[in-house]
Write a protein that binds this ligand. Structure first.
Ligand SMILES: Cc1ncc(COP(=O)(O)O)c(C=O)c1O
Length: 395
Protein backbone atom coordinates (compact mmCIF):
# COMPACT_ATOMS: atom_id res chain seq x y z
CA UNK A 1 0.00 0.00 0.00
CA UNK A 2 1.42 3.42 -0.95
CA UNK A 3 1.74 6.52 1.18
CA UNK A 4 -1.11 8.12 -0.78
CA UNK A 5 -3.39 5.16 -0.05
CA UNK A 6 -2.55 5.34 3.65
CA UNK A 7 -3.33 9.06 3.63
CA UNK A 8 -6.74 8.27 2.15
CA UNK A 9 -7.36 5.77 4.97
CA UNK A 10 -6.23 8.44 7.45
CA UNK A 11 -8.75 10.86 5.96
CA UNK A 12 -11.52 8.33 6.45
CA UNK A 13 -10.71 7.45 10.04
CA UNK A 14 -8.60 10.01 11.90
CA UNK A 15 -10.17 13.25 13.07
CA UNK A 16 -9.08 16.14 10.91
CA UNK A 17 -7.46 18.46 13.43
CA UNK A 18 -3.95 18.53 11.95
CA UNK A 19 -4.73 18.64 8.22
CA UNK A 20 -3.42 15.84 6.03
CA UNK A 21 -0.19 14.16 7.15
CA UNK A 22 2.80 14.99 4.98
CA UNK A 23 4.09 11.42 4.94
CA UNK A 24 3.31 8.11 6.60
CA UNK A 25 6.39 7.19 8.60
CA UNK A 26 7.17 3.57 9.33
CA UNK A 27 10.61 3.38 10.92
CA UNK A 28 13.20 5.47 12.72
CA UNK A 29 16.76 4.99 13.84
CA UNK A 30 18.85 7.72 15.40
CA UNK A 31 18.13 10.92 13.51
CA UNK A 32 16.80 9.09 10.45
CA UNK A 33 13.23 8.11 9.61
CA UNK A 34 11.75 6.25 6.66
CA UNK A 35 8.33 6.58 5.06
CA UNK A 36 6.06 3.83 3.82
CA UNK A 37 7.24 4.42 0.24
CA UNK A 38 10.84 3.68 1.26
CA UNK A 39 12.09 7.29 1.28
CA UNK A 40 14.59 8.28 3.94
CA UNK A 41 14.69 11.57 5.87
CA UNK A 42 17.05 13.29 8.26
CA UNK A 43 14.77 14.23 11.14
CA UNK A 44 15.79 17.73 12.18
CA UNK A 45 12.54 18.27 14.06
CA UNK A 46 12.67 15.26 16.39
CA UNK A 47 8.90 14.98 16.85
CA UNK A 48 8.98 18.71 17.73
CA UNK A 49 11.68 18.65 20.39
CA UNK A 50 10.60 15.26 21.73
CA UNK A 51 13.03 12.62 20.45
CA UNK A 52 15.93 13.80 22.62
CA UNK A 53 17.92 10.63 21.96
CA UNK A 54 16.69 10.11 18.40
CA UNK A 55 14.57 7.19 17.27
CA UNK A 56 14.74 3.64 18.67
CA UNK A 57 17.49 4.45 21.15
CA UNK A 58 18.54 1.17 22.83
CA UNK A 59 18.63 2.75 26.29
CA UNK A 60 14.97 3.81 26.13
CA UNK A 61 14.01 0.48 24.58
CA UNK A 62 15.70 -1.38 27.40
CA UNK A 63 14.31 0.83 30.18
CA UNK A 64 10.75 0.57 28.86
CA UNK A 65 10.94 -3.16 28.17
CA UNK A 66 12.44 -3.94 31.55
CA UNK A 67 9.94 -1.80 33.43
CA UNK A 68 6.99 -3.16 31.47
CA UNK A 69 8.16 -6.68 32.23
CA UNK A 70 8.42 -5.84 35.93
CA UNK A 71 5.60 -3.43 36.77
CA UNK A 72 3.80 -1.70 33.93
CA UNK A 73 1.06 0.31 35.58
CA UNK A 74 -0.29 0.93 39.04
CA UNK A 75 -3.01 3.19 40.36
CA UNK A 76 -2.15 6.36 42.21
CA UNK A 77 -3.15 4.63 45.44
CA UNK A 78 0.39 3.31 45.14
CA UNK A 79 3.74 4.66 44.00
CA UNK A 80 6.64 3.13 42.11
CA UNK A 81 10.39 3.48 42.48
CA UNK A 82 10.90 5.10 39.04
CA UNK A 83 8.27 7.74 39.80
CA UNK A 84 9.94 8.71 43.08
CA UNK A 85 13.43 8.60 41.58
CA UNK A 86 12.33 10.77 38.66
CA UNK A 87 10.74 13.37 40.94
CA UNK A 88 13.95 13.53 42.98
CA UNK A 89 16.04 13.77 39.82
CA UNK A 90 13.98 16.64 38.38
CA UNK A 91 14.28 18.57 41.65
CA UNK A 92 18.03 17.92 41.65
CA UNK A 93 18.27 19.25 38.09
CA UNK A 94 16.22 22.34 38.93
CA UNK A 95 18.46 22.75 41.96
CA UNK A 96 15.82 23.54 44.57
CA UNK A 97 13.49 21.79 46.97
CA UNK A 98 9.95 21.23 45.88
CA UNK A 99 7.46 18.64 44.73
CA UNK A 100 6.53 17.21 41.35
CA UNK A 101 3.20 16.25 39.80
CA UNK A 102 3.50 13.95 36.76
CA UNK A 103 1.30 14.21 33.69
CA UNK A 104 1.21 12.74 30.19
CA UNK A 105 1.77 15.91 28.19
CA UNK A 106 2.78 19.53 28.26
CA UNK A 107 -0.75 20.86 28.22
CA UNK A 108 -1.59 18.76 31.29
CA UNK A 109 1.56 19.93 33.07
CA UNK A 110 0.35 23.48 32.45
CA UNK A 111 -3.17 22.56 33.52
CA UNK A 112 -1.72 21.35 36.81
CA UNK A 113 0.25 24.55 37.34
CA UNK A 114 -2.82 26.62 36.39
CA UNK A 115 -4.85 24.87 39.08
CA UNK A 116 -2.04 25.46 41.56
CA UNK A 117 -2.17 29.19 40.82
CA UNK A 118 -5.89 29.23 41.68
CA UNK A 119 -5.02 27.99 45.18
CA UNK A 120 -3.30 31.33 45.88
CA UNK A 121 -6.74 32.91 46.22
CA UNK A 122 -6.05 35.09 43.17
CA UNK A 123 -7.22 34.35 39.64
CA UNK A 124 -5.49 36.79 37.29
CA UNK A 125 -2.73 35.43 35.06
CA UNK A 126 -0.28 37.45 33.01
CA UNK A 127 1.05 35.69 29.89
CA UNK A 128 3.06 36.80 26.88
CA UNK A 129 1.91 37.68 23.40
CA UNK A 130 2.68 34.90 20.87
CA UNK A 131 2.82 32.39 23.72
CA UNK A 132 1.76 28.78 23.32
CA UNK A 133 0.87 26.70 26.36
CA UNK A 134 -1.31 23.89 25.04
CA UNK A 135 -4.79 22.97 23.91
CA UNK A 136 -6.82 21.87 26.92
CA UNK A 137 -9.31 24.51 28.01
CA UNK A 138 -7.07 25.80 30.81
CA UNK A 139 -3.80 25.82 28.90
CA UNK A 140 -5.63 27.22 25.89
CA UNK A 141 -6.91 30.11 27.99
CA UNK A 142 -3.27 31.15 28.49
CA UNK A 143 -2.26 30.74 24.85
CA UNK A 144 -2.20 34.07 23.06
CA UNK A 145 -3.24 33.11 19.55
CA UNK A 146 -6.83 34.26 19.19
CA UNK A 147 -7.55 31.81 16.37
CA UNK A 148 -6.85 28.90 18.73
CA UNK A 149 -8.86 30.34 21.61
CA UNK A 150 -11.88 32.06 20.14
CA UNK A 151 -13.80 29.00 18.85
CA UNK A 152 -13.76 27.62 22.40
CA UNK A 153 -14.68 30.62 24.48
CA UNK A 154 -15.72 31.11 27.21
CA UNK A 155 -12.43 29.84 28.64
CA UNK A 156 -11.18 30.24 32.20
CA UNK A 157 -10.85 34.00 32.26
CA UNK A 158 -8.78 36.73 33.79
CA UNK A 159 -5.76 36.41 31.50
CA UNK A 160 -3.86 39.37 30.09
CA UNK A 161 -1.06 39.24 27.54
CA UNK A 162 1.93 41.55 27.40
CA UNK A 163 4.61 41.86 24.70
CA UNK A 164 7.22 39.12 25.20
CA UNK A 165 10.60 40.35 26.38
CA UNK A 166 9.37 43.73 27.56
CA UNK A 167 10.03 43.99 31.31
CA UNK A 168 8.41 47.44 31.53
CA UNK A 169 5.18 46.09 30.04
CA UNK A 170 5.25 43.32 32.63
CA UNK A 171 5.88 45.77 35.45
CA UNK A 172 2.93 47.86 34.29
CA UNK A 173 0.38 45.04 34.68
CA UNK A 174 1.67 43.02 37.62
CA UNK A 175 0.14 44.04 40.92
CA UNK A 176 -1.15 42.37 44.08
CA UNK A 177 -4.20 40.98 42.27
CA UNK A 178 -2.14 38.77 39.94
CA UNK A 179 -1.78 35.06 40.77
CA UNK A 180 1.01 34.20 38.32
CA UNK A 181 3.10 35.28 35.39
CA UNK A 182 3.65 32.50 32.87
CA UNK A 183 6.52 32.75 30.38
CA UNK A 184 8.34 30.49 27.95
CA UNK A 185 12.06 31.30 28.34
CA UNK A 186 12.29 30.96 24.54
CA UNK A 187 9.01 31.06 22.64
CA UNK A 188 9.04 27.86 20.62
CA UNK A 189 5.78 27.74 18.69
CA UNK A 190 6.12 31.44 17.87
CA UNK A 191 9.21 30.52 15.86
CA UNK A 192 11.99 30.30 18.48
CA UNK A 193 11.95 33.84 19.84
CA UNK A 194 14.69 34.57 22.38
CA UNK A 195 14.03 36.66 25.46
CA UNK A 196 16.36 39.63 25.90
CA UNK A 197 19.13 39.17 28.45
CA UNK A 198 17.89 39.81 31.97
CA UNK A 199 14.19 39.41 31.11
CA UNK A 200 13.56 36.39 33.34
CA UNK A 201 15.45 37.99 36.21
CA UNK A 202 13.33 41.13 35.81
CA UNK A 203 10.19 38.98 35.74
CA UNK A 204 11.34 37.32 38.96
CA UNK A 205 11.92 40.68 40.67
CA UNK A 206 8.58 42.08 39.53
CA UNK A 207 6.62 38.99 40.60
CA UNK A 208 8.42 38.70 43.94
CA UNK A 209 7.58 42.30 44.75
CA UNK A 210 3.85 41.52 44.53
CA UNK A 211 3.77 37.98 45.91
CA UNK A 212 3.04 36.66 42.40
CA UNK A 213 4.09 33.20 41.23
CA UNK A 214 6.63 33.00 38.42
CA UNK A 215 5.75 30.06 36.23
CA UNK A 216 8.18 29.05 33.49
CA UNK A 217 6.78 26.89 30.73
CA UNK A 218 9.81 24.80 29.76
CA UNK A 219 7.76 22.19 27.92
CA UNK A 220 9.75 22.84 24.75
CA UNK A 221 12.97 24.28 26.19
CA UNK A 222 13.53 21.92 29.12
CA UNK A 223 15.54 18.72 29.64
CA UNK A 224 18.69 19.66 27.78
CA UNK A 225 17.15 21.12 24.63
CA UNK A 226 18.99 24.43 24.99
CA UNK A 227 22.28 22.84 26.08
CA UNK A 228 21.28 23.35 29.72
CA UNK A 229 18.93 21.24 31.78
CA UNK A 230 16.41 24.08 31.69
CA UNK A 231 16.55 27.25 29.64
CA UNK A 232 16.47 29.24 32.88
CA UNK A 233 19.38 27.30 34.42
CA UNK A 234 22.30 29.63 35.12
CA UNK A 235 20.14 32.76 34.98
CA UNK A 236 20.04 32.65 38.78
CA UNK A 237 16.25 32.87 38.59
CA UNK A 238 14.34 30.60 40.96
CA UNK A 239 10.82 30.19 39.59
CA UNK A 240 7.86 28.92 41.61
CA UNK A 241 6.54 26.60 38.92
CA UNK A 242 8.31 24.89 36.04
CA UNK A 243 6.43 22.78 33.52
CA UNK A 244 8.17 20.22 31.31
CA UNK A 245 7.14 17.46 28.88
CA UNK A 246 8.25 16.84 25.27
CA UNK A 247 11.93 15.78 25.54
CA UNK A 248 11.52 14.34 29.05
CA UNK A 249 10.38 10.90 27.90
CA UNK A 250 12.32 10.88 24.63
CA UNK A 251 9.13 9.80 22.84
CA UNK A 252 7.25 8.13 25.68
CA UNK A 253 4.49 10.51 26.81
CA UNK A 254 5.28 12.13 30.14
CA UNK A 255 5.17 15.66 31.51
CA UNK A 256 5.69 17.23 34.90
CA UNK A 257 4.71 20.25 36.91
CA UNK A 258 7.63 21.04 39.21
CA UNK A 259 6.59 23.28 42.09
CA UNK A 260 9.34 24.85 44.17
CA UNK A 261 9.38 26.22 47.70
CA UNK A 262 5.99 27.20 49.06
CA UNK A 263 4.35 26.59 45.69
CA UNK A 264 4.93 22.88 46.29
CA UNK A 265 2.06 22.76 48.77
CA UNK A 266 -0.53 24.75 46.82
CA UNK A 267 -2.18 21.58 45.56
CA UNK A 268 -3.43 19.42 48.39
CA UNK A 269 -4.96 15.93 48.55
CA UNK A 270 -8.07 15.83 46.38
CA UNK A 271 -7.17 18.95 44.39
CA UNK A 272 -5.82 17.16 41.32
CA UNK A 273 -5.31 13.71 39.86
CA UNK A 274 -4.53 11.57 36.83
CA UNK A 275 -4.67 7.89 35.98
CA UNK A 276 -1.54 7.63 33.86
CA UNK A 277 0.64 10.49 35.13
CA UNK A 278 3.85 9.17 36.68
CA UNK A 279 3.25 5.73 35.22
CA UNK A 280 6.25 3.46 36.01
CA UNK A 281 7.07 2.81 32.33
CA UNK A 282 7.02 6.48 31.35
CA UNK A 283 9.02 7.37 34.47
CA UNK A 284 11.61 4.69 33.68
CA UNK A 285 11.93 6.06 30.12
CA UNK A 286 12.46 9.59 31.47
CA UNK A 287 15.12 8.40 33.92
CA UNK A 288 16.91 6.66 31.05
CA UNK A 289 16.74 9.83 28.92
CA UNK A 290 18.18 12.01 31.70
CA UNK A 291 20.86 9.47 32.53
CA UNK A 292 21.94 9.25 28.88
CA UNK A 293 22.03 13.03 28.47
CA UNK A 294 24.34 13.08 31.49
CA UNK A 295 26.61 10.17 30.64
CA UNK A 296 26.91 10.92 26.92
CA UNK A 297 27.63 14.62 27.45
CA UNK A 298 24.62 15.67 25.38
CA UNK A 299 24.28 19.12 26.94
CA UNK A 300 27.65 20.04 25.47
CA UNK A 301 26.78 18.29 22.24
CA UNK A 302 23.59 20.36 21.96
CA UNK A 303 25.61 23.56 22.37
CA UNK A 304 28.32 22.56 19.88
CA UNK A 305 26.07 21.13 17.20
CA UNK A 306 23.60 23.98 17.65
CA UNK A 307 26.40 26.48 17.05
CA UNK A 308 27.59 24.51 14.03
CA UNK A 309 24.11 24.64 12.48
CA UNK A 310 23.56 28.33 13.22
CA UNK A 311 26.98 29.25 11.80
CA UNK A 312 26.37 27.05 8.78
CA UNK A 313 23.10 28.80 7.93
CA UNK A 314 23.60 32.38 9.04
CA UNK A 315 25.53 33.59 5.99
CA UNK A 316 22.99 32.30 3.48
CA UNK A 317 21.51 35.32 1.66
CA UNK A 318 17.92 34.17 2.31
CA UNK A 319 18.56 34.04 6.06
CA UNK A 320 17.97 37.19 8.10
CA UNK A 321 18.89 35.83 11.54
CA UNK A 322 19.22 32.67 13.61
CA UNK A 323 17.82 32.29 17.10
CA UNK A 324 17.37 29.89 19.98
CA UNK A 325 19.91 28.06 22.07
CA UNK A 326 21.49 24.65 21.82
CA UNK A 327 19.40 22.46 19.57
CA UNK A 328 16.28 24.61 19.61
CA UNK A 329 17.02 26.58 16.48
CA UNK A 330 15.05 29.29 14.73
CA UNK A 331 15.92 30.47 11.23
CA UNK A 332 14.36 33.74 10.32
CA UNK A 333 14.07 34.39 6.56
CA UNK A 334 13.99 37.69 4.69
CA UNK A 335 10.82 36.63 2.85
CA UNK A 336 7.67 34.69 3.66
CA UNK A 337 8.96 31.51 2.07
CA UNK A 338 9.12 29.22 5.10
CA UNK A 339 6.28 26.98 3.88
CA UNK A 340 7.91 26.48 0.47
CA UNK A 341 11.27 25.81 2.12
CA UNK A 342 9.77 23.27 4.53
CA UNK A 343 8.02 21.45 1.72
CA UNK A 344 11.05 21.45 -0.62
CA UNK A 345 13.27 20.30 2.25
CA UNK A 346 10.94 17.39 2.89
CA UNK A 347 11.14 16.39 -0.77
CA UNK A 348 14.93 16.63 -0.43
CA UNK A 349 14.90 14.30 2.62
CA UNK A 350 15.04 16.82 5.45
CA UNK A 351 12.38 17.25 8.14
CA UNK A 352 11.93 20.66 9.78
CA UNK A 353 8.94 22.93 10.26
CA UNK A 354 7.69 26.43 9.56
CA UNK A 355 6.01 27.86 12.66
CA UNK A 356 5.43 31.23 10.95
CA UNK A 357 5.49 32.37 7.31
CA UNK A 358 9.08 33.64 7.63
CA UNK A 359 10.56 31.29 10.23
CA UNK A 360 11.88 27.74 10.23
CA UNK A 361 12.39 25.67 13.36
CA UNK A 362 14.81 22.83 13.94
CA UNK A 363 14.79 20.72 17.11
CA UNK A 364 16.76 17.58 16.26
CA UNK A 365 17.90 14.85 18.66
CA UNK A 366 20.40 16.06 21.27
CA UNK A 367 22.82 13.35 20.10
CA UNK A 368 22.89 14.61 16.50
CA UNK A 369 26.39 14.15 15.09
CA UNK A 370 28.52 16.79 13.37
CA UNK A 371 28.21 14.82 10.11
CA UNK A 372 24.43 14.78 10.33
CA UNK A 373 24.43 18.49 11.12
CA UNK A 374 26.62 19.12 8.08
CA UNK A 375 24.28 17.12 5.90
CA UNK A 376 21.31 19.16 7.21
CA UNK A 377 23.14 22.43 6.53
CA UNK A 378 24.07 21.35 3.00
CA UNK A 379 20.55 20.24 2.12
CA UNK A 380 18.89 23.27 3.66
CA UNK A 381 21.25 25.69 1.90
CA UNK A 382 20.54 24.03 -1.45
CA UNK A 383 16.78 24.20 -0.79
CA UNK A 384 17.06 27.86 0.25
CA UNK A 385 18.98 28.59 -2.98
CA UNK A 386 16.25 26.97 -5.03
CA UNK A 387 13.25 28.44 -3.24
CA UNK A 388 14.73 31.94 -2.99
CA UNK A 389 15.52 31.85 -6.74
CA UNK A 390 12.01 30.69 -7.69
CA UNK A 391 9.60 33.33 -9.02
CA UNK A 392 7.56 34.94 -6.20
CA UNK A 393 4.35 33.11 -5.43
CA UNK A 394 5.65 29.81 -6.83
CA UNK A 395 4.86 26.87 -4.57
C1 LIG B 1 5.84 25.83 25.44
C2 LIG B 1 4.81 24.77 25.27
N1 LIG B 1 3.92 24.55 26.24
C3 LIG B 1 2.98 23.60 26.13
C4 LIG B 1 2.88 22.81 25.00
C5 LIG B 1 1.83 21.75 24.91
O1 LIG B 1 2.40 20.50 25.08
P1 LIG B 1 1.65 19.18 24.56
O2 LIG B 1 1.53 19.28 23.09
O3 LIG B 1 2.55 18.06 25.02
O4 LIG B 1 0.35 19.12 25.25
C6 LIG B 1 3.79 23.00 23.97
C7 LIG B 1 3.69 22.20 22.74
O5 LIG B 1 4.17 22.56 21.70
C8 LIG B 1 4.79 24.01 24.10
O6 LIG B 1 5.68 24.23 23.12
Amino acid sequence: MTGQQWIERYQGAVMNTFGDPQRILVKGEGATVWDVDGNRYLDMLGGIAVNSLGHAHPVILEAVTKQLGTLGHISNFFASKPQIELAEKLLELVGHDGRVFFTNSGTEANETAFKATRRTGRTKIVAAEQSFHGRTMGALALTSKAAYREPFEPLPGDVVWVPFGDADALRAVVDDTVAAVILEPIQGEAGVIDAPEGYLAAARDITAEHGVLLWLDEVQTGIGRTGRWFAHTETGVVPDLVTVAKGLGGGIPIGACIALGEAATLLQPGNHGTTFGGNPVASAAALAVIDTIETDGLLDNAVNIGNQIRTGLLDHPAVAAVSGEGLLIGVSLHDDIAKQVQSAALDAGLILNNPTPDRLRLAPPLNLTAEEAQQAIRTLRTVLDEVAAAPKGAA
